[in-house]
Design a protein around this ligand. Structure first.
Ligand SMILES: *Cc1c(COP(=O)(O)O)cnc(C)c1O
Length: 462
């Protein structure tokens, strides 16, 4: 036997047994089974390292440290908060709207205990789930009633299934939208048990086109906000008021899917072309549908407001059971709606509104400070303040860009893709975007209170 193979054998023999390593681990948070698996994996990795001829330390103390680290990682929540430095304020891949602290507190308050979601507190009798937020929805949108389901796609599904099952829904050819891979209007209509009747042409649709499409199979007129694209040039669109008048003549409900969830017209110029629920209700739409986690800034939800009779019909649909929201959603949505009673309060407390309202000067000052501090880290090759273009996202305002400022980073030790990956897997993870060989940290959607953490994460990533 050569010296080398004897040494290898000695190192193998010195490896601890699984139970020895397990005894060294604190497994209170994960349990014995997970601990045993971690010990076994750690020993196996060490065995492979020895066979590969590396000098990695394989003594009991080192292995215990390794195994404990992997247990700590595995025992943290699988979904953890990250910093959104992408410049997309409402980023679907990052969980859409950040909620206000108040909404977060309300969710936490009901999460671990009981909350009367379907019981009327005064009478103790059975109530409807949406009763918790119904009055607020009425007050804020001017509608006769309102209800809540899981998301806006679900709102459309249950609305069509209630009003148009087995019949036809009239939709303008300019509005047959796809909003993120899984929401394609023709398919949602089909899933709601209705059939699509396309009206007009892609660029021009007049109210007369709708009128000609009405027959005894027609059950509803649907208008969908073109939230993620824009048709420009030689275009014409039927006014909502005209569709309402037409619907009235033929006894067809007009449904308006506005998508993004503004409750009233916004004073912010970036949101000037966003439809809002109050205006649609005032124009006479019978039902208005929108998301809870886009511009509204609440939890994922689909909100339906409009005529009381129609809302009652929708709430009686058996699909309601499959699409209903839980106490967490109701808790967060209720508080979010309360904030919207005062537009100033909403723009101060709702993170997306704060982000949209940030000035370029404010962002530049923060970017300059961040860049200066990052330049001090030896690992950062260059940190340059750059003007960037941000977007509201979440399917709002496709054409409207927001001026923003960021820091473009280069590191000497790795390429931009690897650096971006390191940032994403950090604690907390940082999601930037890659542009011209740099990782750009866009500050628009980052809360100023996160700037310190951002600096630490970036400085320690390479
Ligand atoms: C985003 C959007 C939807 C889908 O809303 P979800 O809440 O994601 O289900 C539907 N319609 C329009 C117009 C939208 O913008």
């Amino acid at each position: 036997m050569t010296d080398a193979s004897r040494e290898l054998q000695d190192r193998m023999r010195a490896l601890p047994a699984v139970h020895e390593l397990l005894d060294r681990l604190d497994v209170t948070r994960v349990g014995r089974e997970v601990g045993t698996n971690a010990a076994r994996t750690t020993i196996e990795v060490a065995r492979q390292a020895i066979l590969a001829g590396t000098n990695a330390p394989v003594d009991l103390a080192s292995l215990a440290m390794h195994a404990q680290q992997s247990l700590e990682q595995a025992s943290g929540p699988p979904l953890r908060p990250v910093i959104n430095a992408t410049g997309i304020i409402i980023h679907t891949g990052l969980g859409r709207s950040a909620m206000s602290e108040r909404a977060g507190d309300a969710i936490r308050a009901v999460a671990c205990g009981a909350a009367p979601v379907e019981l009327d507190v005064a009478s103790g009798k059975r109530g409807k789930r949406a009763d918790v937020v119904r009055d607020l929805l009425k007050e804020l949108t001017g509608a006769e009633s309102g209800t809540v389901v899981n998301n806006c796609a679900a709102a459309l599904l249950i609305t069509l299934s209630t009003l148009a099952r087995g019949k036809r829904v009239l939709v303008s050819r300019s509005e047959l939208v796809e909003i993120g891979g899984s929401f394609r209007l023709p398919e949602v209509i089909e899933n709601g048990g209705a059939r699509l009747r396309e009206v007009g042409t892609t660029n021009r649709v007049r109210v007369g086109d709708f009128e000609r499409a009405i027959d005894d199979q027609a059950a509803a007129i649907l208008r969908v906000h073109a939230s993620n694209y824009r048709i420009e040039g030689f275009t014409e669109e039927a006014a909502l008021e005209d569709l309402v008048a037409l619907g009235g003549e033929h006894d067809l409900p007009v449904i308006h899917d506005i998508g993004s969830g503004l409750l009233r017209p916004s004073t912010l110029s970036v949101l000037a072309s966003e439809p809002d629920a109050r205006t649609s209700i005032e124009a006479g739409a019978d039902l208005v549908l929108f998301s809870g986690d886009k511009l509204l800034g609440g939890p994922q939800a689909g909100i339906i407001v409009g005529r009381r009779m129609l809302i009652e019909q929708i709430e009686r649909n058996p699909l309601m059971r499959a699409l209903r929201v839980d106490k967490l959603t109701l808790g967060g949505l209720g508080v979010t709606l309360q904030l919207h009673r005062d537009p100033d309060l909403a723009s101060r407390e709702i993170p997306a509104m704060r982000a949209i309202g940030r000035t370029v000067e404010e962002l530049r000052t923060r970017a300059e400070q961040l860049a200066a501090r990052l330049s001090l880290f030896g690992t950062v090759a260059s940190a340059e303040v750059v003007e960037t273009v941000s977007y509201v996202g979440g399917g709002s305002n496709p054409a409207q860009a927001i001026e923003s400022v960021g820091v473009a980073l280069r590191v000497s030790s790795m390429c931009e893709d690897e650096f971006a990956r390191k940032l994403r897997v950090g604690e907390p993870g940082v999601f930037g975007r890659i542009e011209r060989g740099c990782v750009v940290i866009d500050l628009c959607a980052v809360e100023p209170s996160d700037d310190g953490r951002l600096e630490e994460c970036i400085g320690s990533a390479p």
